[in-house]
Design a protein around this ligand. Structure first.
Ligand code: GCU
Length: 609
């Protein structure tokens, strides 16, 4: 936790209130104005709005040319040459990717400019920030022609202060989005999901006082079920106003503390008679932070999560994670981002019998995290260190670490999150080992209360055993691995003869297994792509999986068919990965009921223990 504070302080002290403002948390409960809605956009494959004809960057010019799109310029007379006009350009709904909204942009990977005009009457002494839930992949952000900053990473939030730039009338927020893939990015150039470009999550204005609560952590201290601990961080601390009150009425807590000159208050508050958060009892407490006459509310659950030898303990009791993997897609073939999207996905998970979801392969939007908190679904949250990122490149590591810091900063008060995942199916090598170990150490410095894992690849030993022989397992709390018996190899008939072993006495999660089926395609159980094949695959895999020593959970791949440019079999895949238990148009497949039945029996078994 201390490192998180240092990271935040460093950002604030170096940049002050300048462009790279440290992340503001709990945005949904702040004084906000949404900039969601209809924006104009300009497709700019040659980055004409960013570079001069000699390829000089306009935003490096002392007085950027009116040809720079971020100036949102309009000709002032009939002679003037201006070769763009946002207001006459096409419109798009934000938040939303361009793949699913603009058919001509389905395969487009490059630059698109977006513009939103707005008025804002900012009273004297108040401060204004623009907060972006996520932009895939690189964003250059401007307000009224001034560069606010550049952000890299497609799945985590960021914000900029605009107090001295915003005007009462006719502000224009212009964002250049580039979703071009690069080997050195995180994720790297190849993924098994669609590269949805655009402003894919909410755009919000946040109004604050001169000195305000920017971030805080209020959770149970590690290994202590009766002590709430954490920190409060004040942006622009005001030494004459350093009193902070934390109230949790239902726990009879009315804690008063003082922040230091650095704006930080570290606290520990004894708490009795907590109704602990769990899937059966997703209790969220009303929490209010008061500072300098301001009240910031949140709804926070309290629970402990730990491992003891090969068991996962929730609130001190062994728990089996009945999970499913989920990609962040809505029912309209695009990126999910709303509460409605979250309810659709998580209600299906509940119907399947889940108490846990693996949100793959990147941090999902805040709506699904807060909805899981309310519904009592435990969450595996992951950063997109996926397959073959450039493990030897420091800037690639920093990118991964920055995405992890933003995810932890945004979600660290959500009881539903029990696992931070460092990576997915990364090939074993010394540089990859060092890369992931550094991420593990960084995660623990930010949050030592949650479990750490990664979806590992498997090997088979000479005796034909399936095994997880990956040294990074030494640093993981949970040994998770993906295996695809019957889809990418092996015979389903052999399932009952296959045994798995791991050298660790740690909990094991099978983080992926599954196979494709085109919903509505029927045939014999040995006919690949039919629902019957997928059904048989689940039956056989589950017979094998239930024998795995230390098994503490599973998250089959995957809840819903999802779009992927790798899956091109005509009439069957048609650019969709069909491993969903539900088709992308919402129809359940036969395997859904196999998994549902298995979870139902597992739940009864757990309740008898
Ligand atoms: C891999 C990978 C997934 C991918 C899946 C598949 O394990 O983790 O992202 O979609 O297998 O091949 O369908």
């Amino acid at each position: 936790m201390k490192k998180l504070l240092t990271a935040i302080l460093l950002t604030t002290s170096i940049f002050g209130f300048a462009q790279n403002q440290s992340l503001i948390s709990n945005v949904p409960n702040r004084n906000t104005t949404s900039l969601n809605g209809v924006w104009n956009y300009i497709v700019d494959p040659y980055e004409t709005g960013y570079y001069s004809f000699h390829h000089d960057e306009y935003d490096k010019q002392a007085k950027p040319s009116n040809a720079a799109y971020f100036n949102n310029y309009h000709a002032v007379n009939k002679q003037e040459l201006v070769e763009y006009d946002f207001d006459k350009s096409p419109k798009i709904n934000i938040p939303g990717d361009w793949t699913s909204q603009v058919p001509e942009l389905k395969y487009y990977e490059g630059n698109v400019w977006f513009k939103k005009s707005f008025d804002y009457n900012l009273k004297a002494g108040k401060r204004l920030f623009v907060y972006l839930g996520a932009i895939n992949y690189k964003a250059d952000v401007y307000l009224n022609g001034k560069k606010l900053g550049t952000h890299i990473g497609g799945f985590t939030p960021f914000n900029y202060e605009v107090t001295s730039i915003a005007k009462a009338k006719d502000n224009y927020l212009v964002i250049k989005v580039d979703n071009t893939r690069h080997k050195e990015d995180v994720p790297t150039i190849n993924t098994d999901w669609w590269n949805y470009g655009g402003i894919t999550r909410d755009v919000t204005l946040i109004e604050e006082e001169a000195s305000f609560v920017e971030d805080y952590n209020i959770q149970l201290k590690k290994n202590n079920a009766t002590l709430i601990s954490g920190f409060v961080k004040i942006n622009n601390p005001n030494v004459s106003q350093n009193a902070v009150t934390i109230t949790i009425p239902e726990l009879k807590i009315n804690y008063k503390g003082k922040v230091g000159a650095d704006g930080i208050l570290n606290f520990e508050i004894p708490a009795k008679k907590i109704s602990y958060w769990s899937p059966e009892n997703p209790k969220l407490y009303d929490v209010t932070l008061e500072y300098n006459g301001q009240k910031l509310k949140d709804n926070i659950g309290f629970r402990t999560i730990e491992t003891k030898e090969d068991q996962i303990l929730l609130n001190g009791k062994p728990i089996f994670l009945r999970g499913i993997s989920i990609h962040e897609e809505n029912a309209k073939g695009g990126r999910a981002n709303s509460e409605e999207d979250a309810l659709r996905l998580l209600n299906w998970a509940k119907e399947l019998g889940c108490n846990y979801v693996r949100l793959a392969h990147y941090p999902h939007n805040e709506n699904i995290i807060r909805t899981a908190d309310k519904m009592g679904l435990m969450v595996w949250e992951e950063i997109p260190v996926y397959w073959t990122v450039e493990f030897t490149r420091q800037a690639t590591y920093q990118n991964a670490e920055d995405q992890l810091t933003a995810a932890v900063t945004r979600d660290k008060n959500r009881a539903c999150i029990i696992i931070w995942s460092m990576a997915n199916e990364t090939p074993i090598s010394d540089p990859r080992y060092a890369f992931i170990k550094k991420l593990v150490d960084h995660t623990k410095s930010l949050d030592n209360t949650r479990l750490i894992s990664a979806a590992l690849l498997t090997q088979s030993d000479s005796a034909g055993f399936g095994t997880i022989n990956d040294a990074i397992g030494d640093y993981l709390d949970i040994i998770s691995f993906n295996q695809y018996l019957g889809w990418y190899g092996g015979k389903l008939e052999d399932a009952e003869k296959i045994f798995w072993k791991t050298k660790y006495n740690k909990p094991v999660i099978v983080s992926e297994f599954g196979g494709d089926a085109k919903q509505g395609l029927h045939g014999e159980k040995n006919e690949r792509w039919t629902e019957e094949y997928q059904e048989y695959l689940y039956i056989q895999n589950l017979k094998m999986i239930e024998k795995i020593p230390h098994l503490s959970g599973l998250s089959p791949w995957i809840l819903v068919d999802f779009r992927s440019p790798r899956r091109l079999l005509p009439g069957i895949q048609d650019e969709y990965n069909r491993k969903g238990l539900i088709s992308n148009d919402g129809n359940k497949k036969k395997a859904f009921y196999i998994m549902q039945n298995w979870y139902s029996k597992k739940e009864k078994e757990q309740n008898q223990n």
